[in-house]
Design a protein. Sequence first.
Length: 174
Amino acid sequence: MQYETQEFRAEARFQRVSPQKAKLVLDLIKGRRVEEALHTMAFTKKRVAPLVEKVLRSALENANYLSEERGLDLDVDNLYVKLAVANEGPRLKRIRPAPMGRAFRYQRRISNILITVAEKKRPVLAETVDADAHAGKQTRKPAGKAIAKKSPAKKQAAKTTAAKKKTAAKKTAK
C-alpha cells in the first residue's frame, strides 16, 4: 500500500525555553490527530504548552491556506502531527555575581520549535494490483528463490576459509 502525503509546517524561532523542556511537551502530540493534539495542549500545565499550541494552530492555518492556493483537496479532519521538534538556538551568555568579587558564567538556552502536519490519503486499492497479477502481468520474480540459491554458496565460502586458516596454523606451528 502506498500513501500519498501533503506536509505543512510552522516554526517558532528563538523562544526563551530550553529545548529539553519543550521536547517534553512536543512528545505528547507526536503522531496524534491535530484535533486531539490541540485538546492535549489546552490541558497541559507546562509553561511552553500555549506556545506549542500557537505553533500547531499556525501549521493548521498554513495547511488550509496552501491547500486553497494550490487547489488541493485537503481534509482537515484527516491531518495528524507528523513531526514535532525543538532544536537548540543560540545561547545567551550571562554572568552571575559570586562571593569575593568573582563572577560565575551561565547560559540561557533558546529553542526553535518546528511542527509539521500531514494528511494521510487513503491507500491505493489492492483490487487493481490483484487484477494485474491474475491477468498474467507478473513482472518480478519471487524473491524467495533468489535468496535460497545464494545462501549455500555463502556457507561453502565460509567453510573453505576456515579450512585455509587451519592449514595455515599447522604450517606456522611446524
